[in-house]
Design a protein around this ligand. Structure first.
Ligand code: UGA
Ligand code: MN
Length: 255
């Protein structure tokens, strides 16, 4: 099966660094189709060239977040609005329009542009029948957020999550994959701006599966193959001073 990795991305100082790092991981994954969705009105040259030069099989889409759902400019208030909702839904609609439940074998994975991925992760998810789950490092305020298994049956009974543990699926976006055919047979499965904070994962999974049905991966959820890393916002205070004087260090250069 082909892994359809869905990545929302948006323009900011670190975008090229993030996408370079991620594309160099994606290049090493066999049978991968990268669906990258820019949070913008039209495709940027930065993302277009990066994809073209990568040699990866890809689809390049755009979907601009409507003004009322844009992140507040204030630092530290980012969590107040959901991120990547419209972009992921745009990618999911592309899959519905272009693939067929009877013919196409695939796996859907939501790969944010700032996380860190081990190649083992992609092989773990490749035989997902409905929805598979695994641990995610460095998320939810703990070292590792992971599914808890019943030792007798090996089935998922819950998660060790501490932040908002009463969510139907208290799991990060990086912690699960979906079988493509199963997804295509559930036309109602999508994300929603209306969901409470941290409930995006529960919204889509609620359309597709139950806890008891989940397929644990990564050695019965004892290994960490993905980390919810977040990149520090760079200090550009001197660049801003230069810009006020009508100068800039990246004139004619893509950084
Ligand atoms: C956590 C989860 O890991 C995300 O999958 C989830 O979307 C988010 O919370 C949420 O609650 O909405 P976090 O690291 O805080 O993630 O989110 P970001 O990595 O900043 O954003 C998730 C994705 O959306 C990234 O791929 C990012 O490039 C993209 N994004 C972010 C946009 O396309 N537009 C934006 O304005 C911001
Ligand atoms: Mn992130």
């Amino acid at each position: 099966p082909i892994i359809y990795a869905i990545t929302p991305t948006y323009a900011r100082a670190v975008q090229k660094a993030e996408l370079t790092r991620l594309s160099h991981t994606m290049m090493l994954v066999p049978n991968l189709h990268w669906v990258i969705v820019e949070d913008a009105e039209s495709p940027s040259t930065l993302v277009s060239n990066l994809l073209k030069n990568s040699g990866i099989t890809y689809t390049h889409l755009t979907a601009a977040t409507p003004q009322e759902w844009k992140l507040p400019g204030k630092q530290g208030e980012q969590w107040k609005k959901p991120r990547g909702v419209l972009q992921r839904n745009t990618a999911l609609q592309w899959l519905r329009n272009n693939l067929n439940a009877d013919q196409d074998q695939g796996i859907i994975y939501f790969a944010d542009d700032d996380n860190s991925y081990s190649l083992e992760l992609f092989e773990e998810m490749r035989d997902t029948q409905v929805v598979s789950v695994w641990p995610v490092g460095l998320v939810g305020g703990i070292m590792v957020e992971k599914p808890l298994l019943n030792p007798k049956t090996g089935r998922v009974t819950g998660w060790n999550s501490v932040w908002s543990p009463n969510r139907p699926f208290p799991v990060d976006m990086a912690g699960f994959a979906i079988n493509l055919g199963h997804f295509l047979r559930h036309p109602e499965a999508k994300f929603s701006f209306e969901a409470p904070r941290g409930h995006q994962e529960s919204v889509i999974l609620g359309h597709l599966t139950t806890r008891a049905q989940l397929e644990p991966k990564a050695d019965n959820c004892t290994k960490v193959y993905v980390w919810h890393t977040r990149t520090e916002i760079p200090n550009l205070k001197y660049e801003e001073k230069l810009i006020k004087r009508g100068e800039r260090t990246d004139e004619g250069m893509e950084v």
